[in-house]
Design a binder for this molecule. Sequence first.
Ligand code: AMP
Length: 217
Amino acid sequence: MDIVLLGPPGSGKGTQANALIESRGMVQLSTGDMLREARISGTELGRQVAAIMDAGELVTDDIVNALIGQKLALGGDSEFIFDGFPRTLAQADALSDLLEQHGRRLDAVIELLIDPEELVARISNRVSCPNCGAVYNLHTMPPAREGYCDDCPDQKLAKRGDDNAESLNTRLLEYYRKTSPLIGYYHKAGVLRRVDSDRDIDSVSGEISAILDKSAA
Ligand code: AMP
């Protein structure tokens, strides 16, 4: 089963992907994580995308389509969660072609619904572990030891470079302008499922799991 998690920054895509990895052994394909890794390892791609990401704009479709194409080519039997991809209609078409080439199809697109004011609060309190990627919220889900990851010894938590007010504004605009048309696209395709993400993590992941069980039946 392959699925897309769709929603604005801060809607809980990464958190819900982690829950699905744990509960169902699915594999997360986050283009944001792939691009951040390219930056950390200092590749040509990383250098190319750094300024665009820090500004909160979208990198070109060709770049992210190629990243996803490489992962799908190695995909085998894995069940994929596309997180932060697709973000444009052109990416959605590319994903559909790529899945077809590999004999796969999208079973569900889960749209995470959230009040825009809640997004700002979530993102401004978000910190993550640069080592394992675990995400914490300083108010609602703080780490056991202030400033440090619960799972990685002595690893300091960090704020993402693009989690600031200016970049967030651009990221939200990019979402509403370029990504939200995917809601209609996937609704027409009959795979869109909407989930209220303005609740505790377990309630949201429970509802997503129930949707996936139904799709698989
Ligand atoms: P994310 O971690 O998904 O919020 O992505 C962080 C940043 O990476 C975004 O603000 C974009 O600059 C870039 N990015 C990630 N995924 C995509 C995508 N599918 N299309 C274009 N840009 C992307």
